[in-house]
Design a protein around this ligand. Structure first.
Ligand code: SF4
Length: 64
């Protein structure tokens, strides 16, 4: 599963960072995917982070 954060949509609530700190980091006031974690295992916590992102800035792309 590919994980990405759209920096144009993110407004830095940091909820994703609190929810899944192993995948998301807070950089320069915005949420970002940690380097090397763009390809992550399908994880309910990551799905929850995407669903609950208040600006819908997190995109998950399932592997074929
Ligand atoms: S939860 Fe969404 S808006 Fe908040 S920091 Fe993460 S990506 Fe940005």
């Amino acid at each position: 599963m590919k994980v990405s954060v759209d920096p144009d949509l993110c407004y830095g609530s940091a909820e994703c960072v609190h929810r899944v700190p192993s995948v998301f980091a807070f950089e320069d006031g915005y949420g970002a995917v940690r380097p090397g974690r763009e390809d992550s295992e399908d994880d309910p916590l990551i799905r929850e982070a995407a669903e609950r992102c208040p600006s819908q800035a997190i995109t998950l792309t399932l592997d074929e």
